[in-house]
Design a protein around this ligand. Structure first.
Ligand code: ZDP
Length: 280
C-alpha cells in the first residue's frame, strides 16, 4: 500500500502529517509509524500525526504516534503543524482557528496573520496523581522534590499538559549529558506512564533556555508541551514572569500562563517541508 503524507516541522520538531479525514481510525499502525519515522530507513520524523474527523462538536481530531510507536495524549509543536496542515487541506490562506479534539481535551490553535500559530493549550495539571508520579503525596503538587538519578539528587517539579513532564532547573543547560540522563528519567519507576524531561536555565525572568528528552522520541529540537510545562514550573518556583520567551535548540517559543483563566498560550512557527508518497 502507498500512503500520501506531508512533512512539517515546528522549530525542528518534525512530523509526518497524514490526511485521515475519511476514517476515524489512524491509517497507519504504530509499527508502520516507527518505520516511517526512522531517519535512515524511512522518511524521518519525531512522530506521525493524523488529522481525523472531529468528534464532540470539534472540527478535527488529532492523534499522534511517537517515533517509538507509543501514543502520547498531546503534542504542542505537532498541533501547530496540524493547524497549518488543515489550512493547506482546506485550501485557505485566511487566518482562522480550529477546535481540535485530543486525548488531553479540546485545544484551539489559531493561525495568525503573521504566519505564526498560537494555541490555547488549556490548564496545567499539578497534583502528583494527575501527572502521574509516585513522588510525594498523590493529592499534592510536586515542586522542587528530590529525585535521585545517576548518583545526583535533582530537585524536580512535575507538570502535566495532558502529557507528563518533569522539569529541573540547572545553571547551564549546555553541560547536561542529556543522552545519559534522559533515558534514566524517562524510565524511572517514579513515573508510571514514563516522562518527558526538561532541563531549564533561567537566563532572565522573561527568558529561559531549555533542552528536552522526550518520552518515546529521545532528544528533539523542541517540545511545545514541554515549554508550557517548564513555564509553569518556573513560575511555581519563583524563577520567572508568567510570560516568557523559551529558547530551544530549534528556536524560540513565546509562552504565557494567563492569570485570568489559568490557560497556557503558546505561539510559534509551523512550516511545511514537502509532500510525498511512501510505500508502507
Ligand atoms: O508525551 C510524549 O510522549 C511526547 N513525546 C509527545 C510529543 C510532544 C511534542 N514534542 C510537543 O511539542 O509537545 C510533540
Amino acid at each position: 500500500m502507498e500512503i500520501g503524507f506531508t512533512k512539517y516541522h515546528g522549530l525542528g520538531n518534525d512530523f509526518i502529517l497524514v490526511d485521515n479525514r475519511l476514517s476515524t481510525e489512524p491509517e497507519l499502525t504504530p509499527e508502520q509509524a516507527i518505520k516511517l519515522c526512522d531517519r535512515h530507513f524511512g522518511v524521518g520524523a519525531d512522530g506521525v500525526i493524523f488529522a481525523l474527523p472531529g468528534q464532540d462538536d470539534t472540527d478535527y481530531t488529532m492523534r499522534i504516534f511517537n517515533s517509538d510507536g507509543s501514543e502520547p495524549e498531546m503534542c504542542g509543536n505537532g498541533i501547530r503543524c496540524l493547524a497549518r496542515f488543515i489550512a493547506d487541506l482546506e485550501n485557505t490562506t485566511q487566518p482562522g482557528s480550529y477546535r481540535i479534539h485530543t486525548l488531553a481535551g479540546i485545544m484551539t490553535p489559531q493561525l495568525e496573520p503573521s504566519g505564526m500559530v498560537t494555541v490555547d493549550m488549556g490548564e496545567p495539571r499539578l497534583l502528583a496523581a494527575e501527572i502521574p508520579t509516585t513522588l510525594g503525596q498523590p493529592d499534592c503538587k510536586v515542586i522542587s522534590h528530590p529525585l535521585e538519578i545517576a548518583d545526583i539528587t535533582w530537585k524536580v517539579t512535575c507538570v502535566s499538559m495532558g502529557n507528563p513532564h518533569c522539569i529541573t532547573f540547572v545553571e547551564d543547560v549546555a553541560t547536561i549529558p542529556l543522552e545519559v540522563l534522559g533515558p534514566q528519567f524517562e524510565t524511572h519507576p517514579s513515573f508510571p506512564k514514563k516522562i518527558n524531561t526538561e532541563f531549564i536555565q533561567v537566563v532572565r525572568p522573561d527568558y529561559l533556555k531549555m533542552r528536552v528528552w522526550e518520552r518515546g522520541a529521545g532528544i528533539t529540537l523542541a517540545c511545545g508541551t514541554g515549554a508550557c510545562a517548564s513555564l509553569v514550573a518556573a513560575v511555581l518556583n519563583g524563577h520567572s514572569d508568567r510570560r516568557v520567551t523559551i529558547e530551544l535548540p530549534g528556536g524560540c517559543l513565546q509562552i504565557e500562563w494567563a492569570a485570568s483563566n489559568n490557560h497556557l498560550y503558546m505561539t510559534g512557527p509551523a512550516e511545511k517541508v514537502f509532500d510525498g508518497k511512501v510505500k508502507v
